[in-house]
Ligand binder design. Structure first.
Ligand SMILES: Cc1ncc(COP(=O)(O)O)c(C=O)c1O
Length: 373
């Protein structure tokens, strides 16, 4: 099978990730920090080292502010539901994934919350429109860094500056498609809440996500329970990150995330990015004289291309490709508002998403089939 569905999850993972993850799990797979024996302390030390590695990778606020979650959806639910209260206003964008849109919609039914959705022009939100919509009541601004449908990329540094200059709102960046693809500097971009998922371009397994907070962000825990210390306290201990991490950690996921980030540092994310962009421009060139409508970023964003055809539906295209042994994805990709904005609602698009392990030969194979459809 030729795999072009890396935006859904990266596959395969680098060989070294499988190896390191299994090795660490075999040697240190006990409950970290909770037992009174050396191995538990050692496992705990690896967890803390991993937090430091992650904080350094994103230039975050130190290991105490790196919270392990289950995935991006979990991080977003924790941030959105743990922060917003009656009367709050939120600004977000039409680029968002349902993991932002649905928690906001559910919360709107429960609380008196106002949500404004910024549209895009060409591929970016308007900074002026953002500035005009910021008010005293704006508690949170949520922006998708790189779209999982089109690869459209937002200038998060400029957005962070506008937010901080004109309001007291917190800035949340959904970096699910950008972490591991482009450098992200949490402090420099004034990001209060950085969320991402492990299993995409960070090359970790499924079931591990991240929530990186600025120290002044206080969110209420979505889950409460065991923390392995202060058991006499009837409530969740308020020290970070324990406040937001009830229950035993996904230790194999953390080991995988450590190995994935080490792979990114050793390989250089600029080399991975360069390769994905090369494959993307190669396919675009191949399809230049075809009849497909193509939706993708014109900038140096991720290797994501959406397309549709006037003859076949996206699902028919994906099925034809699957019969030829090529894995892609069709439909709305959990981002219905963006499809409305680019005119591809309700059928959506066929999405081709490159990864570091794709080759030019695979792209030739794909383009020959697409051109013959
Ligand atoms: C932009 C974006 N946000 C959030 C998510 C949700 O990620 P997860 O399914 O790992 O929670 C995705 C997954 O496709 C995504 O592309």
């Amino acid at each position: 099978m030729i795999y072009f569905d890396n935006s859904a999850t990266s596959f395969p993972k680098p060989e070294i990730v499988y190896k390191k993850m299994m090795d660490l799990y075999q040697r240190f797979g006990v409950n970290p920090h909770r037992g009174n024996y050396k191995l538990s302390f050692e496992a705990g030390n690896i967890v803390e080292e991993t937090r430091t590695l992650i904080s350094n990778f994103f230039n975050g606020y130190g290991r105490d502010f790196v919270v392990f979650t289950f995935n991006a959806t979990d991080s977003l639910n924790m941030a959105i539901k743990g922060l917003l209260e009656d009367g709050d206003e939120v600004i977000t964008t039409v680029l968002e994934h349902n993991s932002v849109l649905r928690p906001l919609n559910h919360l709107k039914n429960e609380k008196n919350i106002k949500v404004t959705y910024l549209n895009i022009k060409d591929e970016e939100i308007s900074l002026e429109e953002l500035r005009q919509n910021l008010s005293k009541k704006t508690k949170l601004v949520i922006v998708n860094h790189i779209s999982n449908v089109t690869g459209y990329i937002q200038d998060i540094k400029a957005i962070g500056e506008i937010i901080k200059k004109n309001s007291r709102a917190f800035f949340l960046v959904d970096a699910s498609q950008s972490a591991g693809i482009v450098p992200i500097d949490q402090k420099d971009s004034k990001i209060d809440i950085l969320i991402t998922t492990g299993h995409k371009a960070l090359y970790a397994p499924t079931g591990i996500g991240l929530l990186l907070l600025a120290p002044e962000v206080k969110i209420k825990p979505l889950r409460t329970g065991g923390s392995g210390h202060n058991s006499e306290n009837p409530y969740q201990p308020e020290n970070m990150p324990d406040y937001l991490e009830a229950g035993t950690l996904n230790i194999i996921g953390i080991f995988g995330l450590k190995a994935g980030i080490e792979f990114l540092i050793d390989t250089g994310i600029e080399n991975i990015h360069k390769k994905e962009l090369l494959l993307k421009s190669f396919l675009l060139e191949e399809l230049r004289s075809s009849n497909f409508n193509i939706f993708t970023s014109k900038k140096d964003s991720a290797g994501i291309i959406s397309l549709n055809s006037n003859k076949y539906s996206p699902i028919e295209l994906a099925t034809i490709l699957d019969e030829a042994g090529i894995a892609t994805r069709s439909g709305l990709h959990c981002a219905p508002l963006l499809h409305k904005s680019i005119g591809t609602f309700p059928e959506g698009t066929l999405r081709i998403s490159f990864g570091f392990f794709n080759t030019e030969d695979e792209v030739v194979f794909l383009s020959n089939i697409l051109k013959n459809i």
